[in-house]
Design a protein around this ligand. Structure first.
Ligand code: ADP
Ligand code: ZN
Length: 431
């Protein structure tokens, strides 16, 4: 059940004591970096000034922009002690670079192995890692985790759909790591090859890297005949292995022995209560080469601190609702792409893909939602199609409080890729 039982089931009080000790150690370590020496001295923060976990709030926040501008100034070791670097995918702008020492790589692999083990992966499983290898952390991060656990690890990388299916069949993959939008896209290739993924020995999947809804998970589970677990991480906190679902599939346990999590109200930047959505802020508790203090992820989620039936007390994160940068403000209403997905994926007529386009006409914002409709529902009968379009429009309107223009399109006509899905195109500055 547990990879590291002593840590994973630390009783109340002991986890917090461990965190406080590590927080003070991390502050001491961070003072070795030019960036934090300046920052912490200016704020009057020393390891001794951190007397409780709440004192973390004395530490100034670190932003993506700080990392972009001052990257190497975050190092606490000479460059010769580094053994690897990764960069964020750059989904929302210029990528940030993270450096790792050998101990950092090992500690990270251990967290990923712990995450995989929690869901039921065991030595002997055949693990096909279908994430991009390279600067993106999803590839090598899971690769090292799988090897550490003792899986036969297949570095399939992203894309090349026919080969992915071939690899699964040839080597009897039992576990896969795949981007959720790509998992649905890959089904088209299975269909074209006349292979039913449910006939393969697959039993577990890790899906993460991009926001997705519960219905999307259920669709993937049903189509592949496996259990799919949500996996959260970001390159600034190593990569994958920050928070992961347990067999309960009811929120992602944050590995709090390695990360101190805060959820902050995005407006006031004060702590949000359990169950309230806020911005995730993380502090490394065990990283050597490049510890980050109070890093603002821009990811929005809520947490639950109730004990979990799996025996772990570590807080559970809700699904990531989106990023603060992804929030669409239209006619004064705040909308996240995930809300749109939740509505669409709950409708059986909707195929696997959709795209939201924002445009402006006569100073009015217009939201167009292009929706792929399943072949069998795509009839020539205009009346039926119109009725479906109306139903989707109504469903979206009641969730979003804004009336979108819904366009129905045939399956496989919207752009689909192998990396993180692009669900939103904003053309408002063009018109
Ligand atoms: P980038 O920010 O450029 O995409 P990363 O490759 O480091 O860089 O990706 C990390 C980001 O991916 C997270 O901050 C989050 O926005 C998103 N992400 C990762 N895992 C999940 C998940 N399980 N659900 C939703 N979003 C996720
Ligand atoms: Zn649990």
């Amino acid at each position: 059940m547990y990879w590291d039982k002593a840590v994973e089931t630390l009783p109340a009080g002991e986890l917090e004591a461990l965190q406080l000790r590590r927080l003070r150690e991390t502050v001491a370590r961070a003072l070795l970096s030019p960036f934090y020496r300046e920052r912490l001295e200016a704020a009057g923060v020393t390891p001794e000034s951190i007397r409780s976990l709440e004192d973390v709030q004395k530490i100034p926040l670190t932003t993506k922009d700080d990392l972009r501008r001052r990257g190497p100034d975050f190092l606490t070791v000479p460059k010769t002690e580094l053994v690897r670097l990764h960069a964020s995918s750059g989904t929302t702008g210029q990528a940030t670079v993270i450096y790792y020492t050998r101990e950092d790589i090992e500690a990270w692999a251990d967290l990923v192995a712990r995450s995989m083990y929690m869901t039921g992966v065991r030595p002997g499983d055949v693990f096909q890692n279908m994430m991009g290898y390279g600067l993106f952390t999803g590839g090598l991060g899971f690769h090292y985790g799988g090897e550490r656990l003792g899986c036969l690890t297949i570095p399939a990388g992203a894309g090349n759909s026919a080969r992915q299916i071939q690899l699964m069949r040839d080597h009897g993959a039992t576990v896969i790591h795949i981007i959720p939008s790509y998992a649905l896209y890959l089904l088209n290739h299975f269909e074209a090859l006349g292979v039913d993924p449910r006939d393969l020995p697959l039993r577990l999947a890790f899906i993460g890297a991009e926001p997705h809804s519960e219905d999307m998970r259920r669709r993937i589970e049903a189509a592949y005949g496996l259990k799919a677990f949500n996996s959260y991480g970001l390159s600034e906190m190593n990569g994958p292995g920050v928070a992961f679902e347990c067999p309960e599939q009811n929120g992602m346990h944050v590995w709090e022995d390695a990360f101190l999590m805060e959820v902050l109200d995005p407006g006031t930047l004060t702590p949000a209560a359990p169950g309230t959505v806020g911005e995730l802020v993380f502090t490394n508790l065990t990283r050597r080469g490049m510890p980050l203090l109070r890093y603002r992820t821009r990811d929005l989620a809520s947490y639950d601190d109730a004990p979990c039936p799996c025996g772990r007390r570590m807080k559970r994160l809700s699904r990531i609702q989106g990023r603060t940068d992804d929030m669409i403000i239209i006619k004064g209403v705040n909308i996240f792409p995930l809300q749109i997905e939740q509505v669409l994926m709950s409708l059986p007529e909707v195929h696997t893909n959709y795209l939201v386009e924002l445009s402006r006409k006569n100073f009015n914002d217009i939201m167009t939602v292009k929706v792929e409709v399943r072949e069998e529902f795509f009839t020539e009968d205009l009346r039926q199609l119109n009725a479906l379009r109306k139903r989707i429009t109504e469903a979206l309107k009641s969730e979003l409080l804004v009336t979108p223009v819904v366009e129905l399109v045939e399956p496989h006509t919207l752009p689909a890729g192998e990396g993180k899905a692009v669900r939103l195109v904003d053309r408002r500055s063009e018109g």
